[in-house]
Every structure is written in C-alpha cells, then in structure tokens.
Design a protein around this ligand. Sequence first.
Ligand SMILES: C[S@@+](CC[C@H](N)C(=O)[O-])C[C@H]1O[C@@H](n2cnc3c(N)ncnc32)[C@H](O)[C@@H]1O
Length: 219
Amino acid sequence: MNKKIFAQLLAHSQNDLDKITQPYIQETFGVVVKRCETLEEYTQVIDDACLHRYFSKYWQNDMKKWKYSGVALIDEVNSLKPRAVLDVGCGYNEFKGKIENIIGIDPYNDRADLEVCTMDYKTEQKFDVILCLGSVNFGSRDKIIAEVGRCVNLLAEGGTMFFRVNPGIQHDRPEAKWIEFFSWNVPFIIELAEIFNLQVLDIRDDTNSRKYFVYRKKS
Ligand SMILES: C[S@@+](CC[C@H](N)C(=O)[O-])C[C@H]1O[C@@H](n2cnc3c(N)ncnc32)[C@H](O)[C@@H]1O
C-alpha cells in the first residue's frame, strides 16, 4: 500500500469516508477515481490512477543516459541468444526491434505489446531473459517481493534477469508527487536472491545513483 497516500487520506478524513469527496481527491491528487468503501481501497485506486497519469502522460526516458541498463543491454541480451525475452514495465518499448524475441508489458504505456501489470500478466511461457528496468520500484516492500517473485516464476531455469532500481529518489516533476518510490539497496538485492534461490551475477552503480544488477535462476 502507498503509505504517503494513505497517511494523507487518514489525516484529512479522520476515518470519516464522507470527507473524501471527488473534489478533494481531484484537488489533492490530480486524479478522478470511483467511490470506494474503505480508506485502503481509496489508497489503492488513487495510487493506480497517479501511476497511470504520470507514466502515460508525463514521464519521458532517454535510454542513452544509462551506463549499463540502457542501450548497452541490446548486445548483452542478444549475445545470450534468448528464445524469449520479457521487458517488464517496458515504458515506450524501446528495445522492440533491437532485442530479439522480446515482449514488452506495461499497464500505463500504450506502446507496450500488452497493457498489463506484472502481477496480472498471465502466460504459460517461460522467458530466457527478463528485463526489470525501473519498473519494480513502486509501493511497499511486500509488493516488490511479490513482483520479483512473479518474475522469477516467469523465468526459465538458468535464465537471466537484468534490473535497474531506484534507491528511493523522488522524480522531479510535480505529477510524481504521490508516487511511492521503494528504497532499493544492496542488502535487499542480496536478501531477494536468498529468498528466491537466485545467483547474483553482478551489481554496479549506474547513472543517477541507480543500481544495476543481474540475477541468474539456478537450474
Ligand atoms: C521508470 S519507467 C521505466 C520504463 C522502461 N523500463 C525504461 O527503462 O525506460 C517505469 C515503468 O514501469 C511501469 N510500471 C509501473 N508499475 C508497474 C507494474 N505494476 N507492472 C509493470 N510495469 C509497471 C510504468 O508504467 C513505467 O513505464
């Protein structure tokens, strides 16, 4: 759950849902959402609407700015000769046509092959490579663990996952104000490897204080 949004709703309403009006939501968060029955449900739908608004209308990327986790990945991934690659939270799907056999999923960007979030992506297919570049980074520790677990599940045995993660740095634009950036750090990267029986192949500092790291799923 997005703690920033929940705390704001709680402070404003003091648990009186009638105080959470549509004008209040629009003025505070800049989004329109359906009527909800609980504060938790409001938090969920407002969080989703804020992510949608920001990533579909305002966020822009420049793949060239990343030292390790941008265009450098094209040759790196193709050299693995993958039969199938999944780009989780692909944004503008910039690897399409450059990395072979790639499918991009993203719930908030219509350039994705499938507009779906990590947890709702259903397939029987297993992927030799999965890219999680800035996309497993929103919300609570539990949500991050669940999303990484889902990716591990989609990865073939011996497959490789490439990550770029944000250590919790807020994006500058005002439209990103209510987005909760999870604070990734190296001990957590190692803890996840232990939880999901992954081998850590690499961890490096990328541009803008992001971390780049690579996991392999043990056979
Ligand atoms: C910082 S951008 C990175 C986009 C792209 N991977 C790149 O490196 O340019 C984060 C992306 O994650 C997507 N995203 C947010 N929540 C997601 C979720 N639950 N499942 C999949 N993608 C998500 C956003 O829509 C956005 O496109």
